[in-house]
Design a protein around this ligand. Structure first.
Ligand code: ADP
Ligand code: MG
Length: 270
C-alpha cells in the first residue's frame, strides 16, 4: 500500500488540483461491486456494478428512489465496504486498507456533499469549512486561510463569521461544497445536493458544480432528478441495483482496452 504522505496533503499549485495517487489510474474504479444489507429479508442494493471515473469528469448517477444510488455513493466514498467486488481510489485498493487508513484516504482525497448539508450550526461559516482540514494535519492559521480561498470560489467569502442559521438553504449548500473542496480532494461525491432546495436554487448549485468542473474538479452527483442529471456531462442510470445505461458507452471514440473497466469518457482535458 502507498502511504499518504504529508507532502500529498499540501494543496496543488492552484489549490484545487486533484492529487493523482497513481496518475496512470482513474480517480475511481468500481469493479463488480455488490452490496447486500443483512436485513430480514436481506436486500441486494447493488448487484455487481462496474464503472470508472477519470480525472476531471462530471458524472451524474441517476435513478429512482431505491435503485441503489446512496449505497453506491457510500461504496465510492469508502463509507461502507462492498460484500463482493473492489473499489480503487486514485489507484489505491480500498479493500487492502484498514479502517484507519480509509479514514485518512477519505480525509485527504474525497470531498462529500449531502442533501442535508450537515453543517455545525454553532460554528462560523469559516470554521465549518476550515474543519474540513482537521484530519489532514494542517495548522489552524493555514486551515482558515485555505477555507477563505474556497469560500471565495462559492462566493461566500465576504461574511466568513456568519453562522449557518443565518444562511439560506442554497448558501448552506455552498458552505458544504466549500468544506468538501478545502482539502483539494481527488474526487467530490454529492448525494442529492439539490434535494432540499427549490428549483432555482438547485439550478444555481448545479451551475456552481459545473463551474468547479471547469476548474478541473472531478465530481460525481447522485440524484433522482432527471433535470439535474441532464446537466452532467456523463450519466450513469441506475435501476434495481444495476447500471441500466452509462452514457460514456455512447461515445464511439472511447477506447475499450479493458471491458467494463475502461468505459469512461476519455481524459481529454489538457
Ligand atoms: P437510493 O439512494 O437510490 O434511493 P439506496 O441505496 O438508499 O437507494 O437503497 C437501495 C436499496 O437498499 C433500497 O431497497 C433500500 O430500501 C435498501 N437499503 C438501503 N439502506 C439499507 C439498510 N441500511 N438496510 C436495509 N436495506 C437498506
Ligand atoms: Mg439516496
Amino acid at each position: 500500500m502507498t502511504p499518504i504522505t504529508s507532502a500529498e496533503r499540501r494543496p496543488g499549485p492552484i489549490g484545487l488540483s486533484p492529487r493523482e495517487g497513481d496518475g496512470s489510474r482513474p480517480v475511481l474504479e468500481v469493479e463488480q461491486a455488490t452490496k447486500v444489507y443483512p436485513s430480514e429479508p436481506p436486500v441486494t442494493a447493488l448487484g455487481g456494478v462496474s464503472f470508472t471515473v477519470a480525472r476531471g469528469e462530471l458524472v451524474g448517477v441517476v435513478g429512482p428512489s431505491g435503485s441503489g444510488k446512496t449505497t453506491l455513493l457510500h461504496l465510492m466514498g469508502t463509507l461502507d465496504r462492498p460484500n463482493a467486488g473492489r473499489v480503487w481510489i486514485t489507484g489505491l485498493d480500498t479493500a487492502a486498507l484498514t479502517d484507519r487508513w480509509l479514514a485518512t484516504l477519505r480525509a485527504s482525497r474525497i470531498g462529500f456533499v449531502f442533501q442535508q448539508f450537515f453543517l455545525a450550526e454553532h460554528q462560523s461559516v469559516l470554521d465549518n469549512v476550515a474543519d474540513g482540514l482537521l484530519y489532514a494535519g494542517v495548522p489552524q492559521a493555514e486551515r482558515r486561510a485555505r477555507a477563505l480561498d474556497v469560500l471565495a470560489l462559492v462566493d461566500l467569502d465576504r461574511r466568513p463569521n456568519t453562522r449557518p442559521t443565518q444562511l439560506s438553504g442554497g448558501q448552506r449548500q455552498r458552505v458544504a461544497i466549500a468544506r468538501a473542496l478545502v482539502g483539494s480532494p481527488a474526487i467530490v461525491l454529492a448525494d442529492e445536493p439539490t434535494g432540499n432546495l427549490d428549483q432555482a436554487t438547485g439550478q444555481a448549485i448545479v451551475a456552481l458544480l459545473r463551474d468547479l468542473h471547469d476548474r478541473g474538479v472531478t465530481i460525481v452527483v447522485v440524484t433522482h432528478d432527471r433535470d439535474i442529471a441532464a446537466c452532467m456531462d456523463r450519466r450513469i442510470e441506475m435501476l434495481d441495483g444495476h447500471i441500466a445505461h452509462d452514457s460514456a458507452t455512447d461515445k464511439p471514440k472511447t477506447p475499450r482496452s479493458r471491458p467494463g473497466n475502461d468505459n469512461h469518457a476519455p481524459e481529454a482535458r489538457p
